[in-house]
Design a protein around this ligand. Structure first.
Ligand code: FAD
Length: 400
């Protein structure tokens, strides 16, 4: 499966950050982590001081799956509104999920401070505007519900949006809690710290067979090496779906483009992330080097090879959608790419284990909030792997 096509901006900007060897001998360890994207890197980092012998294996290079393609905004508002999520899982669980996502943003901020050298992390607010007048009342209802549960939100009328953001929309929720991080670099930084504690990371090591036994796991690699582990974490992103016997998510395609650098004078209120209520939605934000990122316009299916001409067409569509909102900004596309994007029915991730695979744990951060979900997964799995209870595990388990 190809997880992205063409030139994700962060991969082009950051290039090869660090190299790790491929596995060259059989191993006997406590915990094997399959995948070395942001989910695996966070899980490995949370396990780094537990005294367990942990190793990470990736069939590509660190961060070169969806993590490299991510637009990497950290939001507590998941793709399913709090109002809709309450209908799926009940208001109490929906609010708890939103609160955990909000906490995950600040947890990433704290992790970034402890890394050496300190890792760049910014808190940035977000604005969700009603795409059409008839979306306003539902958005207002969402605002009321979030306010009721103490989320830091404000309601903006049409005139406020025009004054603070410079574009027209019939109403919007302004949210204080949000963040941004370079997920590709962060995966490397976390694994560097994990490695510094004596743990191992292997690239170019494709796990081709997973055998679940009563006492543990036996993995076989493409070069017929064997890894014996007491526990396994599957953090293979969307490629993890093949290890789950039932369909839990749909894979869509999503598109993004990053502009040429622009003058500061063109930016808007606190460089907030802006997104809309329409489906599929468009979002835009300011990224490094004074560039603007515009993403979205998803397709409800994913082809293993997306044609470059389709990616260019989507970049043009994203540019014209943006210019309809902000015609005064001379936006010119510089990088564009497409990525796979998994969507679950309720918008929540799947974290934990299934009876068919004993001693195995999944860290499946799906949807537009994959990275905040990865933090939640790492926190839950750290407990479960050590045989401890985690009070939040039930929210994201497979049989919810
Ligand atoms: C365009 C785009 C925009 C996005 N925007 C956001 C956003 O703004 N905010 C947000 O929070 N999320 C966003 N996401 C989602 C987020 O990027 C993902 O949820 C996240 O990167 C998934 O990380 P992961 O580590 O789970 O998976 P991946 O990064 O895909 O890592 C999985 C790794 O597993 C490896 N692997 C697979 N099979 C095997 C095997 N058999 N053996 C060994 N290794 C294997 C792969 O090589 C890969 O490196 C976006 C995604 C895309 C594509």
């Amino acid at each position: 499966m190809n997880l992205y096509e063409q030139n994700p901006y962060w991969l082009m900007k950051d290039g090869i950050v660090a190299s790790y060897p491929s596995l060259d001998k059989d191993l006997d360890i406590d915990v094997a982590i399959m995948g070395a994207g942001i989910s695996a890197a966070l899980t490995a980092w949370y396990l780094r001081n537990t005294g367990l012998k942990v190793a990470v294996f990736d069939r590509r290079h660190v961060g070169m799956g969806s993590t490299a393609a991510s637009t990497a905004f950290l939001q507590y508002e998941i793709d399913t509104s709090l109002t809709d999520l309450s209908n799926y899982v009940g208001e109490k669980n929906a609010v708890k999920s939103y609160e955990l996502c909000r906490k995950a943003i600040y947890d990433i901020g704290d992790i970034c401070k402890t890394l050496k050298p300190k890792f760049d992390f910014n808190l940035v607010p977000s604005l969700q505007y009603a795409s059409f007048k008839n979306h306003t009342s539902k958005l207002q209802q969402e605002y009321q519900l979030r306010k009721k549960y103490g989320f830091k939100v404000g309601w903006l009328e049409e005139a406020d949006i025009k004054n603070t953001f410079g574009f027209e929309a019939p109403g919007a929720i302004f949210s204080e809690d949000g963040g941004e991080v370079d997920a590709y670099l962060l995966a490397h930084a976390l694994l560097k710290d994990f490695q510094a504690k004596g743990n191992k990371v292997y690239n170019n090591t494709h796990i081709t067979q997973v055998e679940n036994t009563k006492h543990g796991i036996i993995l076989q690699t493409h070069s017929r090496l064997k890894i014996k582990a007491k526990k396994l974490v599957i953090a293979c992103g969307y490629e993890s779906l093949k290890y789950v016997p039932k369909q839990i998510a749909e894979i869509h395609s999503t598109y993004a483009m990053v502009s040429e650098p622009l003058d500061d004078k063109y930016f808007w209120h606190r460089n907030s992330l802006v997104w809309e209520t329409a489906t599929p939605y468009m979002y835009f934000r300011v990224v490094s080097e004074n560039r603007i990122l515009v993403g979205g316009r998803d397709d409800p299916n994913h082809h293993p090879h997306i044609k470059p001409s389709l990616i260019s067409k989507k970049a043009e569509q994203l540019t014209s959608s943006f210019l309809r909102k902000m015609p005064h900004i001379p936006l010119k596309p510089d990088f564009s790419w497409a990525g796979a994007f998994a969507i679950t029915t309720d918008g929540l991730p799947y974290i934990g284990s299934i009876p068919e695979r004993p001693n195995t744990y999944f860290a499946l951060g799906f949807g537009g909030n994959g990275i905040t979900f990865s933090v939640i997964a790492a926190e839950i799995l750290k407990d479960l792997i050590q045989g401890k209870k985690n009070e939040n595990a039930a929210l994201f388990e497979f049989n919810r």
